[in-house]
Design a protein around this ligand. Sequence first.
Ligand code: ATP
Length: 597
Amino acid sequence: MTFFTFAQHLKKIEAVSARLEITRLLSQLFSELKIKEIPPAIYLSLGRLVPQYQSLEFQLSTKMILRALTKHLAHHPDIYGANGSMSNLFNETDESLYEERVNKLYKQTGDIGETTEQLLSLGDKEGLKPDLLEVYEQLVQIAKEGGTGSQERKIAGLIDLFEKLDSNSLRFIVRIIVGKLRLGFSTMTVLDALSWTKHNDKSESGKLEELFQKKADLGLLAQVYLDPQHNLKAVQKLYQISEGIPVMPALCQRLNSAEEIIAKMPKVIVEPKYDGLRIQIHLGKDKNSKKWVRSFTRNLEETSQMFPELNQALTKLDCVSCILDGEVVGVDKKTGKIVAFQETSTRRRKHGIAAKAEELPVRFYLFDVLEKNGQSLIDTPLSERKTILKQIVKADTDVFTTAPFIVTSDPEELHDYHTKQLALGLEGAVIKKHDSVYKSGRKGWRWVKIKEEEGTSGKLSDTLDCIVMGYYGGRGKRAAFGVGAFLVGLLGDDGKIYTLAKIGTGLTDEQFKELKKRLNKHEVKVKPKVYKVHKNLIPDGWIEPSFVVEIAADELTRSPVHSAGKALRFPRLVKFRDDKTWQEATTLKEMETIKIG
Ligand code: ATP
């Protein structure tokens, strides 16, 4: 497929918003791709170069793209000059003549894709049709440029693409580069579209989701699945859990009492609920039999570099290869005690890692094993997995330790254990069905949490993880922060985001500053398609669905202005949930399960 054709498909997808329509259009695209084009096409259509668990960023800002555009226009005065005639060739190669035009158009549109397309459309001509894979390779090359002079080399690479491609293709390319493709679909729609490509319906979406959860690489899965020689059975055989590619983590449901829990899942394993960062540790061997260790967050982000302590796994864990699930927490060097979440999260960083590791060491509390020596264990009962885990982590050390647990069928014992954990300063308990298989996500009654409300005597039994949708300018002291309040919401069943609260009090100066940093990064000019917002709540600035904040509130009340139909009473910010994507925020449905006492 040519990149031109690929971008024509993206254009069609961009123009629609109904999920079914997007599914159909995606499946049309998939059916026209050659097998080897499938992974790149999937990553690109999701605005990336590589699967989610890998990171390959362009490190090229909007400003740099505007600069590249200016240079390119100045290079072709015959096309882009004031009157586009050859007579002006000599006095129109001065870049400053184009800079204003480029910047002005960007200010007007607020969208780098639109700006690029509008500016470059004059240069469109027949024959600008390089191959999808060729362009993909060139983009990878641009992203990989590093070191001295790399910005200039990146710009040169981009200008080369300006020469080779049509303006519609470039509209999407520059958006991918700045990380703002936003075609309005996600993993589930891609899975639906895959099933659709083969069967004209979503009949295999569920099975595909299960496969994706075992090994979260959409491009790879699509490639195996769309191979005409593979039926579903063959795909299920071929597409197996493997070290180096994360498994989608299991998450908790909520239940409100020990009695309810024991009634639903009679025999349980109960562990402390640590308030740290979820971590999945992969131990494997490369082609030369050299061992490696990697780690991932619950959002599939690789964090191996952040935790030099992980290297101890190479000698301390007893296995050839394995995938372990756990929580990482910071440990106070003096007292040996676990530190609060906020402190642990200072270990999530790109710079100054060694010094920070020295100042705040971490401990990995391991609670599950999903694979050992090439054998998948996700269908093995939890009780057996616990034994295998213990064999891998032979002796607990300061760095690697198995999470303690009790086995019980007694609500009273469960209740006492939970209360004891709270008294110890932990977040409570996680309760897991004794002989359950490992299942990603929140479906079924396998993992459950009882969580005390956070610092409030109100009526909500848990905090809510909300999506930030917009902000309002501040007055007085807040004017200095550039934000006085912000609007948050939750995801509905229909994929739309509904407002639930406007929050303007209870933030420390530090939190306001933190908030502003994130707002700056994600502000967009127009209201995102998926937002449902009442006219009385229109904010001063829109924020694309991006970051998540944990909000505590006293209760839920009915609301005529909030599109969720409910509003939070006395909402306040607990923390930024950078470990969650907006798709993982609390849903409107889940909100209903957060009991109002
Ligand atoms: P919360 O806001 O309560 O942390 P959450 O929405 O992040 O909840 P849940 O599914 O409710 O996620 O809770 C599971 C999280 O709890 C895990 O992702 C993990 O980070 C953490 N956790 C701490 N201790 C355990 C444990 N023993 N077993 C499983 N998860 C644990």
